[in-house]
Ligand binder design. Structure first.
Ligand SMILES: NC(=O)c1ccc[n+]([C@@H]2O[C@H](COP(=O)([O-])OP(=O)(O)OC[C@H]3O[C@@H](n4cnc5c(N)ncnc54)[C@H](OP(=O)(O)O)[C@@H]3O)[C@@H](O)[C@H]2O)c1
Length: 373
């Protein structure tokens, strides 16, 4: 990490260095080869989200990256040497504290073993649909959504074409909502949400009157709102929420660069509606529910295997610096190859559905039955 200015993260904010790691692994430690790193909005997201690049990350659970120190985040890799009882050579492991290094030595307590068969060998899923993103969508709905099978509930999802949103809409159906309406920023995204992700309808918030479209598409009002974005979109949705309905306060991506507390206060007229209609709006943080992580990941993997959590193919035309300019990836992931390209990827103006960076394509390091995308 090197010093940047306010605004969109750019390649110049990152420096790639060669360094030597210790020859010996200490008791309790594990030496790892990195396979994928996750690049998420909370670290160097797209279009102005750069929480971990700011001194104040805007969140009490995220520490800022330090200048000239190695960036870290979600990662997945293979064990090359272990002096920790829980891990052996060849195990595939994941961590929320993975340094952006090709080879790393980590304390075993930071690692979790994963079973590649659970995602049909597609390891990057453990950073997305079967990882923190999937957990956020599932646990957000279960903990804050009050979804009841047979209750004929309508759920609206903002940021619906994003990593969390696209899963949240699908999971809303799986958990019992009868109608799911997404809000996204292009016609193409809206069309994919409906044709491939099982949303009942989607609104392009950059076109037309959102309030009017919402009224037409949610004639019985909104019972559950999975809120990823906050701001005007959320104010419009909240205005159409029913008595005793529920907001899942997942994120407020439109507000992250504003000097406001989190969660950002609602405008007075919207707050009045929220109070009068007894709409819950409790802060949700996936990391508070890690006791439910294992069972929830198993649930997500089961849905993936059963084809209930939709897997599609989408082709992004990535920037010229990325080795393979057209990369076909499943589950709406965006994968760039090579540590050197991560910083550059963070400057993409494209809005990715999910993002992972594959660090090594040396298939000899993979256990049988697993693959790179
Ligand atoms: N609570 C938790 O524990 C937890 C955990 C993980 C993530 N999160 C939060 O969940 C949210 C979604 O994360 P993600 O990983 O799904 O992000 P993502 O994949 O980048 O998707 C976010 C989507 O938000 C939309 N968006 C961006 N800026 C917007 C704006 N100003 N107004 C309206 N829409 C905007 C973009 O879609 P369009 O092009 O369609 O606008 C984008 O696809 C974030 O706020 C993140 O911080 C919370």
């Amino acid at each position: 990490m090197i010093l940047g200015k306010n605004g969109v993260p750019v390649a110049e904010n990152f420096r790639l260095e060669q360094s030597t790691i210790p020859d010996t692994v200490q008791e309790g430690q594990v030496r790892l080869r990195t396979l994928y790193l996750s690049v998420d909005p909370y670290m160097v997201g797209l279009v102005f989200q750069r929480c971990r690049m700011n001194e104040d990350t805007g969140s009490d659970y995220l520490l800022p990256w330090q200048l000239s120190e190695v960036a870290d985040g979600g990662g997945i890799g293979v064990v090359e040497e272990s002096k920790h009882n829980n891990f052996a050579k060849g195990d595939i492991v994941t961590s929320f504290n993975w340094p952006w290094q090709t080879i790393a030595i980590l304390d075993g307590s930071l690692l979790q073993k994963v079973v590649p068969e659970l995602v049909n060998g597609r390891l990057s899923y453990f950073l997305g649909a079967a990882g923190l993103t999937g957990l956020t969508a599932l646990l957000g709905i279960r903990e804050k959504g009050h979804v009841t099978v047979g209750a004929n509930q309508t759920m609206v999802v903002s940021g619906a074409a994003g990593a969390c949103g696209s899963l949240a809409g699908q999971i809303g159906h799986l958990e019992g909502c009868s109608r799911i309406v997404g809000i996204a920023g292009t016609d193409e995204k809206c069309s994919i949400l409906v044709s491939e992700m099982g949303f009942d309808a989607a609104i392009n918030y950059k076109k037309g009157n959102v309030a009017q479209q919402l009224r037409e598409l949610c004639p019985g009002g909104v019972d559950v709102y999975f809120d990823n974005v906050g701001g005007d979109i959320s104010d419009t949705v909240i205005s159409q929420m029913n008595q005793n309905s529920h907001i899942i306060l997942c994120g407020q991506i439109s507000q992250y660069n504003k000097d406001v507390p989190y969660p950002p206060p609602l405008p007075p007229d919207i707050e009045k509606i929220q109070k009068e209609r007894n709409i819950t709006r409790e802060r949700f943080l996936v990391l508070n529910y890690m006791d439910k992580q294992e069972a929830s990941i198993l649930q997500l993997c089961q849905w993936i295997q059963e084809g209930k959590l939709k897997v599609g193919i989408f082709t992004f035309n990535l920037c010229p610096l990325i080795l393979s300019p057209q990369i076909r990836v499943p589950v709406r992931e965006t994968v760039v190859e090579g540590l050197a390209n991560i910083g550059d990827k963070s400057n993409q103006k494209l809005n990715f559905y999910n993002s992972a960076s594959v660090i090594s394509k040396d298939t000899s390091v993979l256990p049988s039955g697993t693959s790179f995308q």
